[in-house]
Ligand binder design. Sequence first.
Ligand SMILES: [Zn+2]
Ligand SMILES: [Zn+2]
Length: 153
Amino acid sequence: MKLSSDELHARFRRHALRLTRQRAAIYSALASVNSHPTADDLYRTVKQRYPMMSLNTVYYTLSVLCRAGLVQEVNVGHDVARFDGNVTAHHHLICVGCRQIVDVIDEGLNQLAVSRGQARGFRILGHRVEFHGYCAGCQRAMLDVPPRNGQKH
Ligand SMILES: [Zn+2]
Ligand SMILES: [Zn+2]
């Protein structure tokens, strides 16, 4: 989904962050996909329009956007950080095979809460549920191993 310029300005204003061309380019690239890309993925996308952009700039800008709360880092125990341009309440299906991350929008999950006793004095700001498993594609790939040399296993 492509963001209008008005909406882009409104979001940056809401998060009290100055809108620069670089920030706009990186934020728009991230907010228009739901694939939860890595900094590298975003760099490749943005570089097509902004050939002077460096990978370091992408990393730095992502950290600025994260701190401002415009985007979030999705830490799923993978070796590479993934980023999410959607900061509204949602949850994730995570494939441990191909590492794709799929959004789950579920009002019931949004309502999850810890009891006062379990919260141990924490003031809870939010939560995100992760479901780990194998996506449909990875399950198919595991079943459909082509026979080698025409032999069946
Ligand atoms: Zn998969
Ligand atoms: Zn997400």
